[in-house]
Design a protein around this ligand. Structure first.
Ligand SMILES: Nc1ncnc2c1ncn2[C@@H]1O[C@H](COP(=O)(O)OP(=O)(O)OP(=O)(O)O)[C@@H](O)[C@H]1O
Ligand SMILES: [Mg+2]
Length: 290
């Protein structure tokens, strides 16, 4: 009996021993115009302010944060699209700066600004991406229709140019593309924002399926508390570039003595979850004037 009870936890421990992402004091700043300082005035906006965390292989972690809290910046740093101004991030042993090429092979990012060849169809775009990953037409003949089916992409729209598709449909193609290669680290930046309720559920089911059937580690940035709670093993609260907590949703609620994740968010940040982020608050002491 004891052995049976111990087995799952041992498995979890073994899995967690493989570190997928190790971020240490990650920092990112942007130089932005400062009208108060005249025409050429500049100030520094801190988007990430010393973010540290570790993700275990196979783990799904959700990051919650208001607009402008730094979620997309974090995803861009981890996918080598941006260079950090400080700190480090290592993905399966590869540094995002010094070993960016290796990182790009392991990481797939899905975001609202996914780019496609807009005159080409969804199937053609996926075909193009698969060649980039070194797959042949024979490899993808059945795979592409199958993946499009699984993300709930309408069958009768597969041959239409991307530019004719709704944003939700394009989002599904972006997800399908990220799954062509069974990515090792999947960075999902608001994958369900703007989708209709049914598409949202389809995409969430699909994320669940990836968790179960692929050996992927998932970082999911979302504005949807229920999505975070149901899909992720741990939930992080990012506030003005600082990661205030990263733990299972139940632990978060317990820590802040709250019944819901929304209340826990409020207790942690002092701000309502759905309120606009005050990124250019004049009294924001994080802004270093240049
Ligand atoms: N290229 C850029 N130049 C200047 N400022 C930037 C740039 N990219 C991001 N920022 C700023 O960095 C901060 C964090 O932005 P980020 O896009 O990471 O937030 P977010 O949490 O993804 O927000 P949202 O929920 O609206 O997507 C914001 O203040 C944003 O205005
Ligand atoms: Mg964002």
């Amino acid at each position: 009996m004891t052995e049976i009870r111990e087995a799952p936890s041992m498995k979890a421990v073994a899995r967690d021993l493989v570190v997928a992402v190790e971020a240490h004091e990650l920092r990112k700043e942007f130089k932005v115009p400062d009208r108060k300082k005249g025409r050429f005035g500049r100030k520094t906006r801190v988007a990430l302010d010393g973010v540290s965390f570790t993700l275990g292989r196979g783990e799904t972690v959700a990051i919650l944060g208001q607009n402008g809290s730094g979620k997309s910046t974090l995803v861009r740093l981890l996918s080598t699209l941006l260079l950090p101004d400080g700190g480090s991030a290592v993905i399966f042993g590869h540094d995002v700066v010094s070993d960016a090429r290796a990182v790009r092979r392991l990481v797939n990012r899905v975001s609202v600004e996914a780019s496609f060849f807009k005159k080409m169809s969804s199937a053609e775009n996926l075909g193009y991406a698969s060649r980039y990953y070194g797959m042949t037409a024979a490899d993808t003949k059945d795979l592409i229709p199958e993946i499009l089916e699984r993300v709930g992409f309408p069958r009768d729209r597969r041959d239409e140019p991307m530019e004719n598709l709704s944003r939700g449909m394009q989002q599904k193609v972006a997800l399908a593309r990220a799954l062509l290669t069974s990515p090792v680290l999947l960075l999902l930046d608001e994958p369900t924002t703007g989708l209709d309720p049914r598409s949202k559920l389809e995409v969430q089911d699909f994320i669940r399926e990836i968790r179960t059937n692929h050996d992927s580690t998932i970082l999911l940035c979302t504005h949807d508390l229920a999505e975070a709670e149901t899909l992720a093993e741990r939930v992080g609260i990012l506030d003005r570039g600082r990661l205030l907590a990263l733990e299972p949703a139940d632990d978060l609620k317990r820590r802040y003595g709250c019944g819901t994740l929304e209340e826990a968010f409020f207790s942690a940040t002092g701000r309502a979850f759905e309120a606009e982020g005050d990124e250019d608050d004049e009294d924001d002491d994080r802004e270093v004037f240049a």
